[in-house]
Design a protein around this ligand. Structure first.
Ligand SMILES: [Zn+2]
Ligand SMILES: [Zn+2]
Length: 379
């Protein structure tokens, strides 16, 4: 992708321009590069589209704020790809009707965009964190090379469509209503194939297997899409092609659970580590990290490691890693471990720690005040 120009630079305004300045600057550019004043000038069309995109973001207070903070990365998800100039007229109808007195541009027939396609891309969590380059393959139509998309055998003539008499449109009457629609026989072309091309059986297009490299930005999550502009189906009538959308699926990770941009890790620690405090090595996507667990850590306590979550796909700050500890009870012990633990149990029987004491007291209270009785008899 070519690097995008700064929106303020495109509109030729300062970063603190008022909403009115933005509209004025855009109007000036729209008049200057308007396709009616620049027939056949592809560069003017590009400038016209560029200005429309800049205006679309900067004229919206919220999108402008995101753009100011994160640049293009912050707003690319909102930018509407203007496939053709007609799209711009549709999106900003009001500003144009003001300018051109409601006149709709051109009298020509509106061409249709090709259909969008979908492909699926599966990533590991590590790939999602770093960003990845993936090759995707999908089926797509392309114009038949034998007949150059006409559908007729080379040299064969198309015949005038009998259904619409070559107009491409038919008029249907229903009472006093007269509705003009595209001819269903020739799909608006006005002519039909009489001697079909053998390679595409008269359809004018064949299926091809497209292979593309897709760059997936860091931080993507399940369900996000990456748009490959112009890689969809071709237009049936000479318009722009559709887009191809890569839907991202991120595989479940063995250790980390994802919550937005944060990662959660359940980390086992021993009873002695929890009681006495310890320095433990925790895994992160960027390699091991040393975490200090203080004395008296409880099962379920959460420690935050800042910035070790997932990067923000929109250019914001990275998420954190939340390490949730739980105390792992050993299933097997050495004789010495068992001996020490039995000694500990002996000590605990005579000398109960404050936390445990209060729990036992609460338990005693529960049974002596009749609270338990109350709850069981109450209907
Ligand atoms: Zn063909
Ligand atoms: Zn027809």
């Amino acid at each position: 992708m070519a690097s995008k120009r700064d929106y303020y630079e495109i509109l030729g305004i300062k970063r603190d321009a008022s909403e009115r300045d933005i509209a004025t600057a855009y109007r000036k550019l729209a008049v200057k590069f308007h396709p009616d004043s620049n027939p056949g000038n592809a560069e003017a069309v590009e400038k016209f589209k560029e200005a429309a995109e800049a205006y679309e973001i900067l004229s919206d207070r919220e999108k402008r704020a995101r753009y100011d903070q994160f640049g293009h990365a912050g707003t690319d998800q909102f930018t509407h790809q203007f496939h053709d100039v007609e799209d711009i007229f549709e999106a900003f109808g009001d500003i144009f009707s003001e300018m051109f007195g409601g006149r709709r541009r051109g009298g020509g027939r509106r061409v249709r965009r090709g259909a969008d396609l979908r492909v699926d891309v599966t990533l590991t969590l590590e790939e999602a964190a770093k960003g990845a380059s993936k090759t995707v393959e999908f089926e797509r139509s392309k114009a038949c090379t034998t007949c150059k998309g006409t559908g007729s055998k080379p040299g064969a003539e198309r015949a005038r469509c009998r259904h619409c008499g070559g107009h491409g449109q038919i008029v249907q009457s229903a009472g006093i209503l007269r509705v003009q629609t595209t001819c269903p026989t020739c799909q608006g072309a006005g002519s039909v194939v009489t001697d079909p091309c053998t390679d595409c059986r008269g359809r004018g297009y064949v299926q091809e297997r497209a292979k593309l490299d897709v760059t997936i930005p860091p931080g993507v999550d399940n369900g996000m899409r990456v748009r490959l502009t112009g890689y969809g189906e071709p237009s049936p009538d000479g318009g722009p092609p559709g887009d191809c959308y890569c839907f991202v699926a991120v595989l479940k990770h063995k250790l980390f659970e994802r919550e937005g941009n944060h990662l959660i890790l359940r980390m086992p620690i021993s009873y002695s580590q929890a009681a006495l405090g310890a320095s433990i090595e925790v895994p992160t996507l960027a390699g091991p990290h040393e975490l200090k667990v203080p004395a008296g850590t409880q099962s379920g306590d959460v420690f935050r490691v800042r910035g070790r979550g997932m990067p923000d796909p929109r250019g914001g700050s990275a998420g954190d890693l939340h390490v949730q500890t739980y105390i792992e009870v050993p299933k097997k012990m050495t004789a010495r471990q068992e001996k020490l633990l039995r000694e500990l149990a002996d000590v605990e029987n005579t000398e109960v720690s404050p936390h445990r004491k209060s729990f036992l007291e609460r338990l005693k209270e529960y049974f002596t005040t009749g609270e338990a009785l109350e709850t069981t008899t109450k209907e």
